[in-house]
Design a protein around this ligand. Structure first.
Ligand SMILES: [Mg+2]
Length: 262
């Protein structure tokens, strides 16, 4: 009998899984529509901390992939949700507007560089305007006892012709300086997966995660014991899979391959 995936909900990575740059991956909009017809819940989960749900919903909508803002969870939002469990306090952020505003919406006060030594928390995500002064401010705050939190630890950011430094590259500078490791919220952490499942209202047995990256998407599935599906439309090539210690439950050429399994 052919394999059927009877999950109640599907978590999708965005970049390299549903879209590439400003183009949809072939079959993505059809699969999302098919899942809706079958009454499945959908959540788009991205480690990218620079975008907002509104921005993603609009961008994907233009590609014909119709999702609501409520169906999108970024590592910035997950970080803000995760921080609810902490006492209120002042926060120094290395990151972009989407990260600062998500944290500020939870009632935390955001400090500037000069005030950073007063921080109770240092939160770091991708910041394409990072400077030596920002790294110094974050490092001082951590030396003074601030809790160190990372929206994600992605080493690099794939672009058309190679890779750019990711949030993990910025984190490395602070880790080297302070010898303190951050608490990581984004994939592959169980923290973001718990937040995702709370949002979906499902248990881990009822969910599958679909993504293109072994070290984030698939490892997130493995760490949380969630069925994981690797798609080969992004950063992972078949030869990478052969040598990786992280193995998905299922490999598909692309998201379109789901159509026969639903
Ligand atoms: Mg991806």
């Amino acid at each position: 009998m052919a394999l059927k995936l009877n999950f109640k909900a599907f978590i999708f990575d965005i970049d390299g899984s549903l879209s590439r740059g400003n183009s949809p991956i072939e079959g993505a909009s059809e699969i999302i529509a098919m899942l809706r017809r079958k009454g499945k819940k959908i959540l788009l989960l991205t480690n990218n901390s620079t975008g907002t749900p509104e921005g993603y919903a609009e961008k994907l909508g233009k590609m014909g992939i119709n999702v609501s803002q409520e169906e999108i969870l970024t590592s910035s939002m997950a970080t803000a949700v995760y921080m609810k469990k902490f006492n209120q306090g002042k926060v120094y952020v290395i990151g972009e507007e989407a990260l600062s505003s998500a944290i500020s919406r939870e009632g935390f006060t955001i400090l500037n560089e000069e005030e950073a030594r007063e921080a109770k928390y240092v939160v770091c995500g991708l910041d394409r305007h990072v400077t030596y002064d920002k790294l110094a401010a974050a490092s001082y705050a951590i030396q003074n006892g601030a809790k160190f939190i990372a929206a994600n630890a992605d080493r690099s950011l794939p672009v058309e012709d190679g890779y750019l430094p990711g949030a993990g590259a910025i984190l490395s500078a602070i880790i080297k300086t302070t010898n303190v490791r951050p608490l990581i919220v984004g994939k592959p952490s169980k923290r973001i997966m718990k937040i995702a499942m709370d949002r979906l209202g499902t248990t881990k047995d009822e969910v599958a995660i679909v993504g293109d990256a072994l070290e984030t998407d698939i490892k997130a599935g493995r760490n949380s014991r969630i069925y994981s599906i690797l798609v080969l439309t992004g950063v992972t090539k078949e030869e990478d899979l052969a040598t990786s210690r992280v193995k998905p439950d299922l490999v598909l050429g692309s998201i379109a391959g789901l159509s026969d399994l639903l």
